[in-house]
Design a protein around this ligand. Structure first.
Ligand SMILES: Nc1nc2c(ncn2[C@@H]2O[C@H](COP(=O)(O)OP(=O)(O)O)[C@@H](O)[C@H]2O)c(=O)[nH]1
Ligand SMILES: [Mg+2]
Length: 309
């Protein structure tokens, strides 16, 4: 692993500390005083996994895989059990590794909507990503299309300043579609590579929010046929099971192209990522493991599984 890679993995591992420690503690209690792994151990293991937020189906996959290995006599201690679970987790997640087209953009500007309920980390994620993209020499335009909350626009503008990007803003309460329109047009004129669109997340008016998002998509497509190129749902790992229902809700309403999961550092519920990966099969593009810009990472199945157990 290159030096930079090592640093990233260290941050990921440290971010997932709570999830890992809780899972490991539970696994240890299953094994205390046991000499061999029988059906009873597997049943207890199943219980442990089910209570680790990874979901029913993922648990069944893991248990099946462990049972096979026990039969082949591949597992007779806790370390080997951990290795088996790790390998199976990696395989489940491998299908969900998403990558933004950074090196060869299929089209420019590449328009990405960031969607999700209030407080999940949309604005922060856009800010961190903008910083990374501009550091890599990409030209970025930010669209402050959360016109609903007064504080939203200055928050995004601050990130834009930090990253040195243009930020398209309108007045509070104005039509977010108009912001999208202006942002894409401006990006086209300036030959920008990316438009990152920050959207509102008030969920108490669910129906209106979905309609508004659909309208923003229609308007984007009108200025630039095919836009938005990504509709990414941002999820907060600390929300646990609520993150599952949010994914279902938004995916059914507007058809998502991928996911971002933030705040994995603030919870022991990191397993929720496995549940969502298994249930929806959507690509996971980015994960947040802390407050710093470097804590927004590309999602790697191998690294995540290794950091998790
Ligand atoms: N610990 C931690 N905090 C995060 C992460 N991502 C976002 N946050 C924090 O979550 C809070 C809400 O983020 P914000 O971007 O304003 O959410 P929005 O309402 O979806 O736009 C802020 O205080 C962020 O600093 C993360 O990966 N880890
Ligand atoms: Mg916001």
């Amino acid at each position: 692993m290159a030096e930079e890679g090592k640093g990233f993995f260290k941050r990921l591992r440290s971010g997932l500390t709570r999830s890992r420690e809780q899972l490991n503690e539970k696994l240890e209690t299953v094994f205390i005083g046991r000499k061999e792994i029988g059906e009873e151990t597997l049943e207890e293991l199943e219980e442990v996994l089910i209570t680790s937020d990874i979901g029913f189906e993922t648990t069944q996959d893991l248990i099946e895989s462990v049972r096979k290995r026990v039969k082949r006599k591949d597992i007779d201690d806790l370390d080997q059990l951990r290795a088996a679970i790790r390998a199976e987790m990696r395989d489940i997640l491998a299908d969900c590794e998403g990558r933004l087209p950074l090196d060869d953009l299929p089209i420019a500007p590449y328009v990405i909507f960031f969607i999700g309920v209030n407080g999940v980390g949309k604005t922060t994620t856009i800010g961190k990503l903008a910083l990374r993209l501009t550091n890599d020499g990409r030209k970025v335009v930010l669209a402050a299309a959360d016109t609903f909350r007064a504080a939203a626009t200055p928050q995004l503008a601050l990130w834009g300043q930090r990253a040195g990007t243009e930020v398209i803003t309108h007045q509070e309460g104005s039509d977010p579609s108009a912001v999208v329109f202006d942002a894409i047009q401006s990006a086209q004129h300036r030959l920008a590579d990316f438009v990152l669109v920050d959207t509102a997340g008030r969920l108490h008016t669910k129906k209106n929010l979905m309609e508004e998002l659909k309208k923003m998509c229609r308007v984007a497509d009108k200025v630039m046929p095919g836009a938005p190129h990504e509709k990414l749902l941002v999820l907060d790992a600390t929300n646990g099971q609520n993150a599952v229902s949010q994914t279902k809700l938004f995916h059914e309403a507007i058809g998502l192209t991928g996911l971002v999961m933030t705040k994995l550092d603030s919870t022991a519920k990191g397993g929720i990522l496995l549940q969502i990966a298994k249930q929806f099969g959507l690509p996971i593009y980015l994960i947040g493991v802390g407050e710093k810009p470097e804590d927004l990472q590309d999602f790697s199945a191998q690294d995540f599984a290794e950091a998790m157990i």
